[in-house]
Design a protein around this ligand. Structure first.
Ligand code: NAD
Length: 300
């Protein structure tokens, strides 16, 4: 049975422990605050029962049996294959914690941080094993929201990121790779733009906060719960994404004041897009989308 060390057992550490323990990993819950490891274990054990009742965890008892409270950090890291750090969100704390992990974890272990905003290059530069260290940013709580943003530093070994992707997929998460260190990674950048516009629209008297929420909940968000923005626009013009950009790019440029709906960016998107923009594909996917929307409407 592989072992994961959860370093920092607060809000996010507990949720990560739930993910790993319920997928058969021996899960060490380390936290320097007195009693925090035991409290985390009790909290997760109760939570696992509730998740099992909802059918989200196969065996609550077996999952809880995978949780261990180590006597110290060295004990937590002993023999582990994976380290998920969830300590305080300051550069000083990340440097202090990772300096210890660097010497105590087995050299083969993958070491990731849940940090929301702090690039690995800010705190991992001087570590001996810095090539195995990077960010794995979850959304709270990761046992219910599967996305995890993997962001390597310039010196992270890409093989470590690939291995972590495979591990996260095995424990039911949805990893994505953020290829460069950018503020907010991907999710918070998208959220920030939306929230900035929401604040402005309400503050400048265009719409009430409740009506703004309806435009997401009963509008954009319906599709976004099962497809992404590129999947969405692919079906919003008869010849797919390039067609959408030709039709709506100029209006979007005017609206956002950002010259990003360019042929160059379109080319970059299409170079990695997994499907030719044929009428057959668009018709097939549109039918699928409508089926999902109908099911969602019926469910609501
Ligand atoms: P938290 O305050 O709930 O937990 C932090 C834990 O770290 C505490 O239990 C604390 O005792 C422990 N700690 C303190 N010093 C430590 C040390 N030297 N070594 C190990 N642990 C130590 O905070 P949180 O919300 O769980 O956030 C943890 C990390 O996850 C942060 O980096 C944060 O940015 C990131 N994160 C948080 C969220 C969120 O919504 N809360 C979402 C994504 C990522």
């Amino acid at each position: 049975m592989p072992k994961v060390a959860i370093v920092g057992s607060g809000l996010i550490g507990r949720a990560w422990a739930t993910v790993f323990a319920s997928h058969g990993w021996k899960t060490a819950l380390y936290d320097p605050a007195p009693g925090q490891g035991e409290a985390a274990k009790a909290h997760i054990t109760k939570n696992l029962k509730e998740l099992a009742a909802l059918g989200l965890v196969k065996d609550a008892k077996a999952s809880a049996a995978n949780l261990i409270v180590p006597k110290d950090l060295a004990d937590a890291l002993k023999g582990c294959a994976f380290v998920q750090e969830n300590g305080p969100e300051t550069v000083e704390a990340k440097i202090a914690i990772h300096t210890e992990i660097d010497t105590l974890a087995p050299p083969s272990a993958i070491v990731v941080s849940s940090t929301s905003f702090l690039f690995a290059s800010l705190w991992a530069k001087s570590l001996k094993h810095r090539n195995r260290v990077f960010v794995a940013h979850p959304v709270n709580p990761p046992h219910l929201v599967p996305i995890v943003e993997l962001c390597p530093s310039p010196w992270t070994d890409p093989k470590m990121v690939e291995k972590a992707r495979a591990i996260y997929e095995k424990v039911g998460q949805v990893p994505i790779t953020v290829k460069k260190e950018v503020d907010g990674f991907v999710l918070n950048r998208l959220q920030a733009v939306l929230m900035a516009e929401a604040f402005d629209l309400v503050g400048s008297g265009v719409v009430s906060p409740e009506d703004l929420d309806k435009t997401i909940r009963d509008g954009l968000g319906l599709r976004w719960s099962f497809m992404g923005p590129f999947e969405t626009i692919e079906l919003n013009a008869p010849a797919g994404i390039p067609d959408y950009n030709t039709r709506y790019g100029p209006s979007l440029t005017k609206l956002t004041g950002r010259d990003v709906f360019t042929k160059k960016n379109q080319k970059a998107i299409m170079a990695e897009w997994p499907g030719e923009q044929t009428p057959e594909r668009i018709a097939r996917l549109s039918k699928w989308r409508d089926g999902r929307l109908a099911a969602l409407k019926a469910h609501k």
